[in-house]
Design a protein around this ligand. Structure first.
Ligand SMILES: Cc1cc2nc3c(=O)[nH]c(=O)nc-3n(C[C@H](O)[C@H](O)[C@H](O)COP(=O)(O)OP(=O)(O)OC[C@H]3O[C@@H](n4cnc5c(N)ncnc54)[C@H](O)[C@@H]3O)c2cc1C
Length: 413
């Protein structure tokens, strides 16, 4: 059995960044990366955006070229799935029967797309989106299709609907929430999005969900129900209804798991087994800014946690303290979010929504918890983040935030 000093399970963003983190702290130790997909590690955000629309190619997805792994002494096992961890003997089993030993193990297994459990959900023409193959299949189907149903009003649903509409399809969106991007978006932002989607020809059915997909050889009709019913003619359905975490290995190894099925890690991204770390979508970490455990499925968290976990596996012992961040592109609106928007009860608007240069500052129980910004001046990006970290009281900053003549930097104490 070959034993590696560092063994990474999962060839996504967190897994690839861990290689960088390890090499930063340890130039020599042997590294193996076991990746279930038949690809070198790649990034997923373009799959619902430029790649889906055919504006970006495969080359823009891969995080590093093949030569990087050889040059950095990383043995890549592509198309290989880890089927079990023996944490006492410190080895993993892969699906071809081989075992690989480790001194330190990283679980960066991410998630997989979920399908609504409704009749017809497996008909040809019904898709989910997580991998390059999923995006290729949707792109190919879009070329043959005229009418698409996108299920889900969160980020994947919004981005896919925007991309399919830009490809010229007549798109209907159905989602259970009363408005787009609920609960993250304030009402004014959802209203702006509804107007923008409708202007681009997307029909929006809030409070609706498909109950039945029908067709002979492929999907042809969708029965969608809310406070009224619709029988839609469709030739393509994309479900953007969330992910399920790939945590069966962690559970099998007896690691401590959180309430929502995530892997519990400490501030060094170490699990309840000191030889096993976890990072990215699967990890729930103690966040120092908000004083609570967070878990998110966002690109930047996977990027930063992967690297930090790698450094710590190689002995750096540095806590993970990054502010949660994500971005999205919906038609011509690109925005960025810092902080934790899972609970908020007040917002303050800075700038103008009509001119696409605005920021919503979010507060919960009187303290700032985050900011969502689109088209703001570049010099505001740093103070925005510093403000969220400082978590000022609403009454101390609300008026000044609204006043664009007040320098944001001056509000950071
Ligand atoms: C279409 C799409 C668009 C997105 N857009 C954005 C965006 O605009 N902004 C943003 O912030 N975030 C976005 N995200 C989310 C972001 O891509 C994820 O948060 C990120 O990919 C998580 O990285 P990860 O490395 O934790 O997991 P993953 O990327 O899921 O990688 C995990 C890898 O591990 C593999 N694996 C799982 N189990 C095993 C096993 N047993 N053995 C071997 N390998 C295994 C999986 O096959 C997978 O390749 C998007 C996601 C998708 C799908």
């Amino acid at each position: 059995m070959q034993t590696y000093k560092y063994l990474i399970v999962g060839g996504g963003l967190a897994g690839q960044r861990a290689c960088e983190g390890i090499r930063q702290a340890d130039a020599e130790g042997s590294i193996a990366l076991v990746a279930q997909e038949d690809h070198l590690p790649y990034q997923r955000p373009p799959l619902s955006k430029g790649y889906l629309r055919g504006q970006e190619g495969l080359g823009q997805l891969y995080l590093k070229e093949e030569a990087y792994y050889a040059q950095n002494g990383v043995a890549v096992f592509s198309g290989a799935r880890v089927t079990g961890i023996d944490s006492a003997a410190r080895n993993v089993r892969i699906d071809d029967g081989r075992k690989l030993g480790y001194e330190r193990l990283l679980l960066a297994t991410g998630g997989h797309a979920w399908r609504l459990p409704i009749p017809g959900n497996d008909l040809p023409g019904v898709h989910t989106l997580r991998t390059i193959e999923d995006a290729n299949a949707i792109r190919a189907a879009a070329q043959e299709s005229k009418r698409a149903l996108v299920v889900g009003g969160s980020f994947i649903g919004c981005e896919v609907a925007s991309s399919l509409a830009q490809l010229g399809l007549a798109v209907t969106m159905a989602f259970l929430e009363p408005r787009l991007l609920e609960p993250i978006a304030p009402l004014e932002l959802s209203d702006l999005l509804h107007a923008r989607y409708e202007r681009n020809g997307v029909r929006i059915l809030p409070g609706h969900t498909p109950e039945h997909l029908m067709g002979r050889e492929k999907v042809e009709r969708a029965a969608v129900r809310g406070n009224d019913s619709h029988l839609l003619e469709v030739d393509l359905v994309v479900m953007g209804v969330g992910i399920r975490l790939n945590t069966e290995l962690a559970r099998g190894a007896g690691l401590e798991m959180g309430e929502k099925g995530a892997v519990i890690v400490d501030e060094y991204l170490r699990t309840s087994d000191p030889h096993i770390y976890a990072a990215g979508d699967v990890a729930a970490w103690p966040d120092p800014t908000f004083g609570k455990r967070l878990r998110v499925d966002h690109w930047d968290v996977a990027r930063q946690q992967g690297r930090r976990a790698g450094e710590n596996m190689a002995g750096a012992d540095r806590p993970y303290t990054a502010l949660p961040y994500f971005f999205s592109d919906l038609f011509d609106l690109s925005f960025e979010v810092w902080g934790d928007l899972t609970a908020w009860d007040q917002t303050v608007l800075r700038g103008s929504m009509d001119e696409n240069r605005f920021a919503f500052y979010y507060f919960h129980q009187g303290r700032m918890v985050g900011v969502l910004a689109a088209g703001r001046p570049a010099e505001e990006r740093k103070p925005m983040q510093a403000l969220v970290r400082a978590r000022p009281a609403y009454e101390n900053v609300a008026g000044k935030l609204r006043d664009e003549t007040v320098d944001l930097g001056a509000l950071v104490v």
